[in-house]
Design a protein. Sequence first.
Length: 85
Amino acid sequence: MQKKMEEARRRRDLGLGQMEKAVQQFKQQNPGIQASQILSLPLVELAEKLKEGSVSPESVLYTYMESSTGEELSVICLTFLVFSA
């Protein structure tokens, strides 16, 4: 059981590192993204902007990935690990 926990932590840490790297790469390739504007939109308005194409799905995804705390991401990764096991 201990080895499984250690492996899960290692995979979680690796996944978090990959996510952080992906966010940084996206930000470098798309310097004009206004994360604060995306985060301030109510869900209904965000969905409308996505449908009309004024906000890209990628910008929303990477903005929310960046805004998530390490603890939130750990829960997401842990959930993934539990369901993928």
